[in-house]
Design a protein around this ligand. Sequence first.
Ligand SMILES: Cc1ncc(COP(=O)(O)O)c(C=O)c1O
Length: 456
Amino acid sequence: MSGSEQTPTPTTPAAPPAAEGAPPPPRPEPPEAAGEQASPGAAPAPADTPTPLPLPTPAEAYERYEEAFGGVQAPFAFLDLDAVWSNAADMLRRAKGKPIRIASKSIRSRAVLDRLLALDRGFQGVLSFTLPETLWLWEQGHRDIVLAYPTADGPGITRLARITAEHPEEAPAVMVDSVEHLDLIEESASSFVAPIRVAIEIDLSWWPLGGVVKIGPKRSPVRSAEQAAALAREIERRQRVRLVGLMAYEGQIAGVGDDVPGKPIGNRMVRAMQAASARDVAERRGEVVSAVSAVAELEFVNGGGTGSVERTAEDWAVTEIAAGSGFYAPVLFDHFQAFTLVPAAMFALPVVRKPEPGTATVLGGGYVASGVGAKQRPPVPHLPDGLRLDPYEGAGETQTPLLGSAAERLGLGDRVYFRHAKAGELCERFDSLHLVAGTTIRDRVPTYRGEGRAFL
Ligand SMILES: Cc1ncc(COP(=O)(O)O)c(C=O)c1O
């Protein structure tokens, strides 16, 4: 487990070090050959270095992608590696040496996870999102896994118990927030030999006005140092569970943009909310860590997300930051004052009809992201510049009409490059990701879906 004893070095612009621990898992064959590409299984090339990059202009990015994907039939999805490495460098800078655990829900490709973990010692471990995913990653050779969301998967826990029996110090840790979670784990850990490694999730949503107003994700019933210490003592009392960590995620800071164009008042309100919430977060997280540390020795305290890396890094109580979206830079992370990411994950759709001269209709496109309200969740036509969704049709199941100045110039077969509102969900729509550096497709790697896995 990554813990406070491991001190990451700052970004190393040289060739990436080999991933520590397990060897990289075998990479399955990509579903189809496509375009110019490096051989599958090729080691990450020297360009895999976290290198800051100025934001390319839309025209530069479009020209580059057109050159790279000239021979590739859309629809397809891809990662702009130059942008990924640039975003990685920016997150390492913001983390100021605190390790970043990679949120796999925002990546959803093992091959990409491997590349990111091999990139720099500042990236350590995986924050997984379901127990079947966690067990699968383990079987594929991944180590240092923390499951960020509680599970009610009894058979999965039984499998985890077997792994824990063989690897009592290394097995994945799972999140709990209640006695019910402990009961379920203990019931399912039938092959008990070593206690299942658990972490307590602390709720960091902000409750001003004595709780009349509640801002932030509702994640856990455990909010105070007293509650956390009580649950920690209960874990210590039991034989089949062992407390190894804490997780406390400030979603109302890490996931809410404070610099949205055309929303000066909203931005001011968000900043005021985040500043006040940050004081509460710092105070409560510190108190919880002190109280729980008096009960059990913690290997890690995880906090933060892409939008809060620099803030969370300053919290003494946090030993590691979680982040994932920051690599792919989806639309929902475009408007934060503290950082600017380079769009890195995209999908291309072909123009298949022109119902009228000012409209170019592409195939598919309705890959709407999860979350509240539909308004900010559809994908955005990114390139060529000057396209927008039709407000009456949006992004459709089988076709998406696009309006705007660029629509006139687009013809049948032309590619339109879209960005998803969120990071990993894009991978549920595509079997593979092309990895492009400069104007070269360097590789094509499977998504979770491409490996036949759909966890959520
Ligand atoms: C527990 C936890 N940590 C961190 C994050 C941040 O992930 P990302 O950096 O992809 O926004 C999330 C996102 O929902 C989360 O649930």
